[in-house]
Design a protein around this ligand. Structure first.
Ligand code: MOS
Length: 738
């Protein structure tokens, strides 16, 4: 057990077990679809069978004849009931601007075109299958290189990606470089597939709506659905106390929630919808495929003279979603000349969205594979190439990193991995029939924050309650938030109770961008300090001193409501949060630059004859400021690296290019790593103190560790075989000799 609960080093909290662990393993924790509602009706979605065109006719007779069917919602009877919602692209709002059930137009395969409601789930499903739909189909555009794509500059169409960072003269820097690299990389379509299915239950009571839905942003969902239904957000209550995995797929207002609310209103009865696994592929968001061209120029000693990163991302016709990961990739290494450009490529697809470490996963994969290629071209150790180009100021604006322990991470991981025994010659290391490949790469993720409001109460028995509409997506948020209150008040963890995931609580940040711990813990810290001040107690808040302080004030409970807004937040950011809008700051967006770092090392074994690829061991070392809890931190980091194996070797949503349709929309064919795919995963926590990033000194690490893993694996494949594969996932067929 010691391995699961690492001994805290400098600037780390206790490795406490999750305070919600017992309720989860005993089944007491209620996930959205678990909430009982009186006499629910059950809904089943009907999705478009074509990717482009229009519905010409519904014939509902057969569906209506199924016993127990109560209602069938289509655009023909719902077109005016759901209003438009603007696309913010920042999460929390519409994942797509397509107005649900508003017209016969088909934007993408699997679009919601009807919803059947019945007394039972089985009746709803049967009727959904029996609803006859006739469509007029046009030839859709599936992806890159398909006929009919439209390419646009990211800066021209995106609210998120407003500049292409550049400095100096990259063309000149490349032209004059002693050693050059120019390579293209590709990452595939991926779907989150959280184990908890997408689900929504809606219940009305006297004109007020309660929504039970796994949501990474209950305030955003509340405001968005209120707007869709023309309601006051005060009359909408969203409950999402536990979430069975999200990874970005539960952050936005979806296409389904308002329809379920509408059905419940029409029937005057609660309606419950659990979206099937395959339907989740097109009714929620996903990670779209990307392309990259990376050009690097270096002196013989490895110093970069130029870095250029161009990215192309597939998105939908309806929305200009893009991730734009050059904001990070061009700021990681010192280089006097930098150029970058991000474009979107529009196709007839559902709108992509955030998926764990959205920009960094594909963009840093490209950068870190290119860095490995450059190291090979320079005949240089890849760690030394990073060392030569390590920098404490970012190259675009010269802003200082608030802290950066990249090389400490490389050194710690290399030592534990045994990197010094590596023979750099490709194909030189073997164990019987197995080729051995050792590879490494950087992990990084911006340290970001959002405003947060918390209510902390304490009674004279020193029982503490923390309330904030933040979210635990399975990461341990309940626990680390409780730890912050306990530590700051000098009380045992068992004295603290935490409520999250409910729009009746003070607003917390979207559970995205790894911002929850940094933001909420900073707010809790501030609230606890205010409580101490009110009580006039400098040390632990227990025992006689607390009794005396309460007696003096003549009260039984002290309640502290505190708002915390990070430096650099735009004016009105806190009000925006109340209105369900995110405002995330940090990362590269200020006069300082904040990123968490890590280094990941992988040993691969590739069978000489079959080319089967195994990953017997990985070592990752990470530095992320103050570590609230080494146990939950290790768990997040380990999970990230394991997902990295998935993204490198397994995951790809296959597209039927003629129909612009996902083919492997189930967990049997959409490959994810299972226990048998995972060998030893060692996580090293590198102590780091960052006094500038935020009051809690915390850099989020939820998304850090699955950045870079794919590059480390790809680099190890090259080391084992001498074959450079520039696309993901890497599969047996890529390694068979031509
Ligand atoms: Mo995460 S993709 O920021 O929910």
């Amino acid at each position: 057990m010691a391995r699961a609960a690492p001994v805290p080093q400098a600037n780390m909290g206790q490795p406490d077990a999750r305070i919600d662990g017992r309720s989860k393993v005993t089944g007491q924790a209620r996930y959205a679809a678990d909430f009982p509602v009186p006499k629910p009706a059950y809904a089943f979605l009907v999705l478009s069978p074509i990717a482009k065109g229009r519905i010409t006719q519904f014939d509902p007779a057969e569906a209506r004849a199924v016993p127990g069917v109560l209602d069938i919602l289509t655009y023909e009877n719902s077109a005016y009931d759901i209003k438009e919602l603007p696309f913010s692209g920042d999460g929390g709002w519409a994942g797509s601007t397509i107005r649900p059930l508003s017209s016969p137009k088909i934007w993408h395969d699997g679009q919601i075109i009807a919803m059947v409601v019945a007394d039972t789930f089985e009746a709803a499903r049967e009727a959904a299958y029996k609803l006859r739909v006739t469509c007029e189909a046009e030839t859709p555009t599936a992806t890159f290189d398909s006929p009919g794509t439209q390419t646009q500059l990211g800066t021209a169409v995106s609210k998120r990606h407003t500049e292409d960072p550049a400095v100096g003269d990259a063309q000149r820097g490349l032209a004059s470089a002693a050693v050059k690299l120019d390579a293209e990389y590709y990452t595939p379509t991926q779907h989150h597939n959280p184990i908890e299915l997408f689900a929504t239950t809606c219940a009305w009571d006297n004109g007020k709506l309660t929504i039970y839905e796994p949501s990474q942003f209950v305030y955003g969902l509340r405001t968005g659905v209120a707007q869709q239904l023309g309601m006051d957000p005060q009359d909408v209550h969203v409950r999402s106390p536990f979430i069975g995995g999200a990874f970005g797929s539960k952050g936005s207002v979806t296409q389904r929630t308002a329809i379920v609310a509408l059905a419940a209103k029409r029937l005057n009865r609660p309606v419950k919808l659990v979206v099937t696994r395959d339907q989740g592929f097109t009714t929620a968001t996903y990670r779209a495929e990307t392309r990259h061209r990376v050009r690097l120029g270096a002196e013989r000693d490895g110093k970069l003279t130029a870095l250029s990163h161009e990215g192309w991302e597939v998105t939908s016709r309806s929305d200009a979603y893009l991730v734009g990961g050059t904001r990070a990739s061009v700021r990681m290494y010192a280089s006097p000349n930098v150029a970058s450009k991000v474009s979107i490529v529009r196709a007839d697809r559902n709108t992509p969205g955030f998926m764990r470490s959205p920009p960094e996963v594909p963009y840093i994969y490209a950068l870190e594979t290119a860095m490995d290629e450059l190291a090979v071209a320079l005949n240089m150790d890849p760690i030394e190439l990073r060392r030569v180009n390590d920098t404490m100021t970012e190259p675009i604006k010269g802003n200082p990193f608030t802290s950066r322990s990249l090389m400490q991470c490389f050194d710690a991981a290399a030592r534990s991995f045994g990197w010094s025994a590596r023979n750099p010659k490709p194909g030189s290391m073997r164990d019987g029939e197995w080729l051995i490949g050792w590879g490494c790469a950087m992990a990084t993720y911006p340290s970001q924050m959002s405003p947060a409001a918390v209510r902390v109460t304490i009674n004279r028995r020193s029982e503490v309650h923390v309330a904030v509409a933040a979210h635990d997506v399975g990461t341990g948020a309940y626990t680390v938030i409780a730890q912050m209150a306990a530590t700051r008040l000098g009380l045992p963890l068992s004295n603290v109770r935490v409520d999250l995931g409910d729009s009746a609580l003070p607003p917390g940040p979207v559970a995205g961008g790894s911002i929850t711990t940094a933001s909420v813990c900073s707010a809790v810290l501030k609230a606890c300090d205010a409580i101490r001040e009110k009580l006039g107690i400098a040390d632990a808040l227990s025992g006689e001193a607390l009794e005396r302080a309460f007696a003096q004030r003549g009260v039984g409970v002290i309640e502290q409501y505190t708002e915390w807004t990070p430096d650099g937040a735009k004016p009105g950011a806190m009000k925006d949060l109340f209105d369900g809008k995110t405002s995330i700051v940090g990362g590269p967006m200020q006069d300082r630059i904040s990123f968490a770092f890590g280094a990941e090392f992988v040993e691969l074994r590739i069978h000489d004859l079959t080319r089967e690829i195994r990953v017997p061991r990985m070592v990752g070392a990470f530095a992320a400021g103050h570590i609230m809890n080494p146990r939950t931190a290790r768990s997040q980091l380990m999970g990230g690296m394991i997902w990295g194996i998935g993204s490198a070797l397994h995951e790809e949503t296959e597209l039927d290019k003629g129909r612009a349709r996902y083919v492997n929309d189930n967990l049997a064919d959409y490959l994810v790593p299972v226990n048998a795919d995972i060998g030893d995963v060692e996580i090293i926590l590198v102590p780091e103190e960052d006094t500038k990033v935020n009051p809690a000194g915390v850099k989020g690490l939820g998304e850090l560790a699955n950045v870079g893993t794919a590059a480390a694996i790809s680099n190890a494949v090259f080391h084992a075989t001498g074959k450079r594969i520039r696309k993901l996932p890497i599969r047996i067929e890529d390694l068979l000799e031509a």
